[in-house]
Ligand binder design. Structure first.
Ligand SMILES: Cc1cc2nc3c(=O)[nH]c(=O)nc-3n(C[C@H](O)[C@H](O)[C@H](O)COP(=O)(O)OP(=O)(O)OC[C@H]3O[C@@H](n4cnc5c(N)ncnc54)[C@H](O)[C@@H]3O)c2cc1C
Length: 451
């Protein structure tokens, strides 16, 4: 069976050596539950993807699309006996300066697209903290967010066109270089955030905008996370900064242990804010943020217009997950609520940590109401493992009860699918299942993810 696939694809495209396939098994969530794929296909073009899906359809073999494997919800974790379809070799990037778009193959890293756009004075805004290591295909498939979403929106706001290979091997071209296009159903957006369950993205046309103006950065320390989150609500009711991030004390200390950035280890929480409003508007915006922080009880407030200094604090925030990894095994949450409810969410998370005797670090794209409670436990301690699982569920229930979401940007994957019916309800869940069935009746595309 596999020999037919090997014969149909370019030499070397099908990898079966377990030592080589091992690194394609887990994503960054490292849940430990990934299966062993019978092979990894490293596609070089859309035709390879079509061949693989036609073959998989014929033999009923599950296919897990995979970008760079930095996902945090188990979405690209291998399925036992399946094929992991890696797009990591397809990295082409073309910039069309007249249309102001990037035409990108799925394996290109987010950072490479930013870099290519910057060479023409253009900018691709979506900026997951992982932007240097994650792929555009993965970003599209998870509808990735990031730090500048608070002002500039998420991946779907920049996707103008997609080439998608469907489960039966058909290649469809959706959208294009057109800024406006409402012809037909909005199928393009259906695939954004579909986590590899509806089709495989083989090309994306991404909207670019003029390069971001250099702005100002503010760092404010608070005695407690509650104080900081109340300040976030105040800030967001008055201005829309280009970044508004939060780190709690555990995260600050993990980052400082990992690589010192000069953060105040004694703070209960830090806010990192940026404004890129032009000229004096920037001064005005940063001043408003400063006032909100001071009124909210900030101990120290520091501002800078030096881009290098600003980047140092942003880099500290971006390194949070990697730094926390040194503390133990992590379970990554991604819950979000309407911004005014952020303090209630934070309060509830603190109560859950206490109730289950589990350490929960808090990192947040706070300006979006999107938080990443990170549950830390010792993998050797069975009791702690069970308590962490229970706390993980309780955090999602809390978010749902507050009218929020179980995932703001990482996707449902395999880690959060148990809670999805609770958030969506039976009718929307049934609709979701019907859409999946219509596009992938044999259920070969990423089975076990989302549904
Ligand atoms: C340190 C760190 C920080 C992070 N910060 C952020 C953040 O700020 N914001 C954020 O949104 N995420 C963040 N993430 C999560 C992760 O980087 C994103 O979800 C990213 O979009 C995943 O991209 P990937 O290429 O690694 O995808 P993978 O992990 O390989 O796959 C993710 C999902 O996309 C599917 N997929 C991948 N490629 C394709 C394709 N071509 N066609 C169809 N489906 C496909 C997979 O099946 C899977 O369901 C972070 C991760 C890390 C490790």
């Amino acid at each position: 069976m596999l020999s037919r696939l090997i014969a149909a694809l370019p030499q070397g495209a099908v990898v079966t050596d377990p030592a080589a396939t091992e690194k394609y098994r887990e994503d960054f969530a490292r849940a430990g539950s990934a299966g062993r794929p019978q092979a990894v296909v490293r596609a070089t073009c859309a035709a390879d993807v079509q061949t693989t899906l036609r073959w998989a359809g014929e033999y009923g073999v599950p296919v897990v699309p995979r970008g760079a494997g930095t996902g945090l919800s188990g979405g690209s974790s291998a399925v036992e006996g399946g094929i992991t379809l890696s797009l990591d070799r397809m990295r082409g990037i073309e910039i069309d300066t007249e249309s102001q778009v990037a035409i990108v193959e799925p394996g290109a890293l987010n950072a490479a697209v930013k870099h290519a756009a910057a060479e023409h004075g253009l900018w691709y805004p979506p900026d997951p903290s992982s932007y240097e290591i994650c792929s555009i295909g993965g970003n599209v498939a998870t509808n990735a967010g990031g730090l500048c979403c608070v002002k500039y929106g998420v991946t779907s706001d920049y996707v103008l066109g997609l080439d998608v290979v469907l489960a039966d091997g058909t290649l469809v071209e959706l959208g294009g270089k057109r800024i406006k296009d409402v012809a037909g159903l909005s199928l393009l957006k259906l695939f954004v955030g579909s986590e590899g369950t509806l089709g495989v993205v083989t090309r994306a046309i991404l909207r670019l905008i003029p390069a971001q103006a250099a702005g100002a950065t503010l760092l404010a320390s608070f005695a407690t996370v509650m104080d900081a989150s109340r300040a976030v609500v105040a800030i967001r009711s008055r201005v829309r900064p280009s970044m508004l991030e939060l780190m709690d004390r555990t995260t600050i200390n993990a980052v400082e242990d990992w690589r010192p950035h000069g953060l105040d280890r004694g703070s209960g929480a830090l806010l990192v804010a940026q404004s890129d409003a032009p000229g004096t508007a920037c001064e005005g915006e940063i001043e408003t943020i400063r006032q909100c922080c001071v009124a909210g009880g900030a101990g120290e407030v520091f501002t800078t217009t030096d881009p290098a200094e600003g980047e140092l604090f942003v880099a500290a925030r971006r390194s949070a997950f990697v730094a926390l990894e040194a503390r133990g095994t992590l379970l990554f949450e991604d819950v979000g609520v309407p911004i005014p409810l952020l303090p209630e969410l934070v309060d509830g998370i603190t109560a859950i940590a206490r109730r289950h005797a589990i350490e929960i670090a808090l990192v947040a794209h706070a300006g979006d109401g999107n938080t990443h409670p990170v549950l830390i436990h010792d993998p050797a301690d069975r009791g702690a493992q069970a308590r962490a699982r229970a706390a993980f569920d309780d955090v999602m229930t809390l978010a749902i009860d507050l009218g929020g979401t179980i995932t703001g940007e990482h996707g449902v994957g395999r880690a959060k699918k148990g809670a999805l019916p609770r958030q969506l309800g039976p009718d929307v869940m049934a609709l979701t299942t019907r859409v999946k069935h219509a596009l992938d009746p044999a259920g070969i595309l990423n089975p076990g993810a989302i549904i």
